[in-house]
Ligand binder design. Structure first.
Ligand code: G
Ligand code: G
Ligand code: MN
Length: 423
């Protein structure tokens, strides 16, 4: 009769005493795998809540299959498991076990009939090699897991190198959290210009952070970190309210400004963005400006019907939706018919090539025509020369943005820029 073993549900604190017990009972080395299935469960949760918990139960059961009599599995978080294996003496053995766990994930996905390929991450540390007690072992396995997430690897075995990568990340997290609480951010604004007349129509707000050492940290570095530490909503609120407050003071240019704000992909999928936007608008909205939210094409491609509902609600509030970085994802034509967008921004990589060949030019011209057929206005990003601007004018591209016109400027300079270019 095979022994029926159960998953042990525990929280992170109890894990410590569990691991401690095992270390005492088992002679020889004990290896802890922390298995994180967050990415998969997130994707499943977007489609259907029930699927996500079914997957995690299934994955837990499959994990039991890698375990021998002496081994234990703990469910230590919503989508995190601890696997405690004994008698794994070499790195090769650890690698084999990690590979096996990675393959089990495929079985679970297949059994669910889900059509995607996402990763699980595994952090691995051993007693007594990496740590001489339970607390140390859990800590090292967590560092290895963080490192796997950082490097985008299926698994990482703890080493001094992984520790230093992760400590850099943890420092950044702490610094960023402090900066968010202390409101150390600024917005810069890059003007958007009407291609035909050369007159300004508005600007894109771009977040700027200079850390305590005076180093400007790029938003594509710190925004994912803000997501990880659960503070992305604070940043989104900051950007929305600041853009609304500051644009209200910009000089008269004969019409309302269009102000664009970038939204991080997961904000659209996972937060109550409608409420954040509507409360910002009701408190800080002004007659001076219309708001547009820029969402990357890639994240729109992942969007489910649920998210389209969210985008439709935003549209109903009078907010524009812009498809950012267009051309970098792989959208099919049918996507145009469903997406509730008002604007399409052609990625800089296409604009860069526009003068290279007829083919590159035709491509951009076709995108413009297609967008117009679906009532989307078109913005070209990263325009750097007069010739590019001229070519885009010929193609009926509506608006342009780029260093040729202006880089992003701090608020005290953007007002002057608008005043100077309004005529
Ligand atoms: O100019 P720049 O280095 O700011 O922009 C780098 C990237 O960071 C761009 O892809 C831009 O869309 C993104 N970005 C800039 N500001 C914000 C912001 O407020 N929120 C989000 N989610 N992304 C931003
Ligand atoms: O992804 P998003 O389109 O939001 O990113 C805007 C980014 O492009 C910002 O980093 C901004 O500073 C940068 N940018 C804007 N105009 C130009 C340009 O003409 N050339 C280059 N190289 N970058 C630009
Ligand atoms: Mn953008």
């Amino acid at each position: 009769m095979p022994l029926v073993r159960e998953l042990i549900k525990t929280d992170a604190e109890n894990l410590e005493s569990e691991v401690s017990n095992r270390i005492e009972k088992v002679s020889g080395s004990v290896t802890l795998f922390i298995v994180d299935m967050r990415e998969i469960s997130r994707i499943l949760a977007r489609s259907e809540q029930a699927k996500s918990s079914r997957f995690l139960n299934l994955a837990g059961k499959l994990l039991l299959e890698v375990c021998g009599e002496q081994d234990r599995i703990y469910r230590i978080g919503d989508s995190t498991f601890g696997v405690l294996l004994t008698g794994i003496e070499s790195i090769v053995h650890q690698q084999m076990a990690a590979e096996k766990i990675s393959r089990l994930k495929n079985d679970a996905i297949r059994e669910m009939g889900a059509a995607f390929n996402s990763n699980i991450r595994i952090g691995i540390a051993s007693y007594p090699e990496d740590a001489n007690n339970a607390i140390g072992l859990i800590h090292k396995a967590r560092i290895a897991l963080e490192s796997a997430q950082l490097l985008g690897k299926n698994y990482v075995i703890y080493s001094k190198n992984s520790a230093s990568d992760v400590s850099t990340k943890w420092n950044l997290q702490e610094e960023l959290a402090a900066a968010i609480l202390a409101n150390k951010f600024r917005l810069h604004y890059q003007p958007k210009v009407d291609t035909k007349t050369g007159r300004p129509i508005g600007a894109e707000a771009l977040l700027r952070w200079t850390n305590e050492e005076g180093v400007a940290v790029r938003p594509d570095v710190f925004i994912p970190v803000a997501c990880d530490i659960g503070l992305i909503n604070e940043l989104t609120r900051y950007v929305l309210t600041t853009a609304l407050i500051e644009s209200a003071q910009w000089p008269d240019i004969g019409h309302r400004y269009n102000v664009s704000v970038n939204l991080e992909a997961n904000t659209v999928h996972e937060t109550d963005i409608q409420n954040i936007v509507s409360s910002s608008l009701s408190i800080f909205g002004s007659d001076n400006c219309d708001l547009t939210l820029e969402i990357t094409e890639t994240s729109l491609l992942e969007a489910s019907k649920q998210n389209f509902r969210c985008l439709n609600e935003l549209r109903a509030m009078g907010v524009g939706i812009s498809i950012d970085d267009f051309g970098t994802g792989y959208s099919s034509f049918s996507y145009f018919k469903d997406i509730p967008a008002t604007e399409l921004k052609i990625d800089k990589s296409f604009i860069d090539k526009i003068l290279d060949s007829d083919k590159d030019r035709n491509l951009v011209e076709t995108i413009v025509m297609l967008a117009h057929r679906f009532d989307l206005s078109v913005v070209a990003e990263g325009v750097e020369t007069a010739d590019q601007l001229e070519a885009l004018k010929q193609m009926n591209c509506d608006y342009v943005q780029g260093y040729y016109l202006s880089k992003a400027l701090p608020n005290n300079e953007i007002g002057e820029w608008f005043a100077k270019h309004r005529a």
